[in-house]
Design a protein around this ligand. Structure first.
Ligand SMILES: Nc1ncnc2c1ncn2[C@@H]1O[C@H](COP(=O)(O)OP(=O)(O)OP(=O)(O)O)[C@@H](O)[C@H]1O
Length: 287
């Protein structure tokens, strides 16, 4: 494992991409000189249309791919080269919530077993796992009794909550969320976004939040990075970018969706959770 002095541990930056380029075989560059930071406790929204390179950037951030040029560092470590016990400890702090959680959960395992498996991988003793699973289910607004269900016996929103519980099992500092709500209908989408916002308030977790939908990104992100053809064309704090986009591509993204100005249709940001508020309520636990 390497430790990059330039990553300046202590500056609050968790994820750091510097001039990263990636090409698949002989195709055009999927990413071309992209630099990006995610600080502890913040949400960076990554937006762009299909094929702009969002998932490639997610895979690089998670260490599933290595860049052709440039560097990727998570808390000073190259996520593609995490090995051994020390590497596992770092990896535990960098988690992923995918777009299609049903596909990422083993259909043969009960939901609780999927979460317990993540706990086991990261060294939670067997006797502590049932309590931790129940606790994680409550944290994501699910009745712990649902731990006995298999993914096919849960709704899309409930499965996504299980995926969030599994990501939280290792007490991560950063969760990469790749279109985590795009497979859900609007009401459930809003509930999952509120859940993520509430978890950030309570746990201080940071998100790299990827979506093609600016209205969704606006709801959570402190900063937004706009990707087009593998390059960053605009970035800035979410409110200014929303009110006064500088790049024509960003304006086009904002005005997409049947030509209706997306700004006007943006959902309100979530109400901050106050200490003592009840845990977020999940969807009704359908039988
Ligand atoms: N495994 C792969 N092999 C070859 N080309 C790939 C591969 N994965 C992605 N690409 C190409 O890289 C470019 C960026 O793709 P990427 O999936 O990162 O974009 P995206 O913004 O996430 O798109 P989407 O929103 O549709 O998932 C595209 O041109 C895509 O065709």
């Amino acid at each position: 494992m390497t430790h990059d002095e330039a990553a300046a541990p202590g500056d609050g930056v968790l994820l750091r991409l510097d001039r990263v380029s990636k090409r698949y075989r002989r195709d055009a560059l999927a990413l071309d000189g992209v630099s990006l930071r995610v600080a502890a406790g913040e949400t960076v929204g990554l937006v762009g249309e299909s094929g702009s390179g969002k998932s490639t950037l997610a895979r690089l951030a998670l260490g599933l791919l290595a860049p052709d040029f440039g560097t990727v560092r998570f808390d000073g470590h190259d996520p593609h080269r995490l090995r051994g016990t020390a590497g596992r400890r770092v990896r535990a702090r960098l988690q992923f919530v995918p777009q299609q959680p049903r596909g990422s959960l083993n259909p043969a395992l009960r939901a609780g077993e999927a979460v317990a498996f993540a706990l086991r991988l990261h060294g939670t003793p067997r006797r502590e796992r049932p309590d931790r699973v129940a606790d994680l289910f409550r944290k994501v607004g699910l009745d712990p009794d649902l731990a006995r269900r298999r993914p096919r016996e849960l709704s899309g929103g409930q499965v996504q909550r299980v995926a969030v519980a599994r990501a939280l099992a290792t007490r991560p500092d950063l969760i990469v969320c790749d279109e985590p709500t795009s497979a859900l209908d609007t009401t459930v989408q809003a509930q999952v976004l509120d859940l993520l916002a509430g978890l950030q308030e309570r746990l201080g977790v940071a998100y790299l939040f990827i979506s093609h939908d600016l209205a969704v990104v606006r709801r959570l992100a402190h900063r937004v990075v706009v990707l087009r053809h593998g390059r960053i064309v605009e970035e800035g704090d979410a409110a200014s970018l929303w009110e006064a986009p500088r790049h024509p591509y960003t304006r086009a993204l904002l005005d997409a969706d049947d030509g209706a100005p997306a700004r006007r249709r943006a959902p309100e940001p979530p109400t901050p959770t106050r200490p003592g508020d009840p845990e977020p309520v999940g969807e009704p636990s359908a039988p």
